[in-house]
Write a protein that binds this ligand. Structure first.
Ligand code: HEM
Ligand code: HEM
Length: 176
């Protein structure tokens, strides 16, 4: 997954790693709930400033989380996990980071264009389209990620328990 080194015991995430994962998931859900409903809302300078500050904080926290997880966290995937599954997990994890960063960056681009007076037209439309596509991509990747987490819970191989503090898995189907 993100790092297969020997920085920590595989199968365990530190309290900070859990906070990074779940705190950021909450921040993302907040970002989606409070999303801009209409581009015309950006005409309100305070609203535009809030959106820009939110997106910048979002990016900083995402970068901090990425740096910490890459340096300190070790995937809980069992050693016997097929190589293709490891590659798929790595792809989805990096894809989530990339799509989340792209949402914030395309949002900032929209804000800059709007502040520069491009309040309609092809360029703004293209930025809005990019923003929408990155949002959609993140939904797809997060859905695949959650489906994979549920699959591991069904396997009972410890991956779910390593990251998810609720609805703990019991039996270990993988080792039966
Ligand atoms: C916005 C939602 C979410 C995002 C962006 C996200 C992202 C990530 C990322 C990037 C990782 C790799 C480690 C890291 O860098 O943090 C990870 C690990 C993990 N996530 Fe999520 N996640 C989300 C929601 C969830 C949910 C809802 C579940 C469970 C239902 C879940 C279960 C897991 C598990 C079990 C791991 C550990 C995988 C392993 O040890 O290899 N995640 N998540
Ligand atoms: C991390 C920060 C952000 C998140 C999570 C986020 C999330 C979203 C989501 C989920 C949508 C709906 C997409 C759709 O239904 O196709 C949306 C639309 C939009 N967002 Fe963002 N956004 C962020 C930052 C920004 C910023 C900084 C701006 C501009 C200052 C912005 C401006 C817009 C606009 C104009 C729309 C389209 C509204 C419409 O349909 O007319 N967003 N955003």
């Amino acid at each position: 997954m993100l790092n297969m080194g020997t920085k920590a015991a595989a199968g365990r995430y530190s309290a900070l790693a859990l906070l990074c994962h779940w705190g950021f998931a909450a921040l993302f859900i907040y970002g989606v709930i409070k999303q801009v409903d209409d581009v015309g809302q950006l005409a309100d300078a305070d609203f535009l400033r809030f959106e820009m500050v939110f997106a910048i904080i979002f990016l900083i926290l995402l970068a901090g989380r990425f740096a910490y997880m890459k340096a300190r966290a070790v995937s809980a995937l069992p050693a016997a996990t097929p190589a293709w599954q490891r590659r798929a997990a790595t792809f989805v994890h990096y894809g989530m980071y990339a799509s989340l960063a792209a949402i914030a960056l395309s949002g900032i681009l929209i804000g800059c264009l709007y502040a520069a007076g491009l309040t309609s037209g092809l360029i703004l439309e293209a930025a809005l389209e990019l923003h929408g596509v990155t949002v959609l991509l993140s939904y797809w990747l997060i859905s695949i990620h959650i489906a994979a987490a549920l699959y591991h819970r069904w396997l009972g191989d410890g991956v779910w328990n390593a990251m998810v503090p609720v609805w703990k898995e019991r039996a270990n189907r993988a080792r039966r």
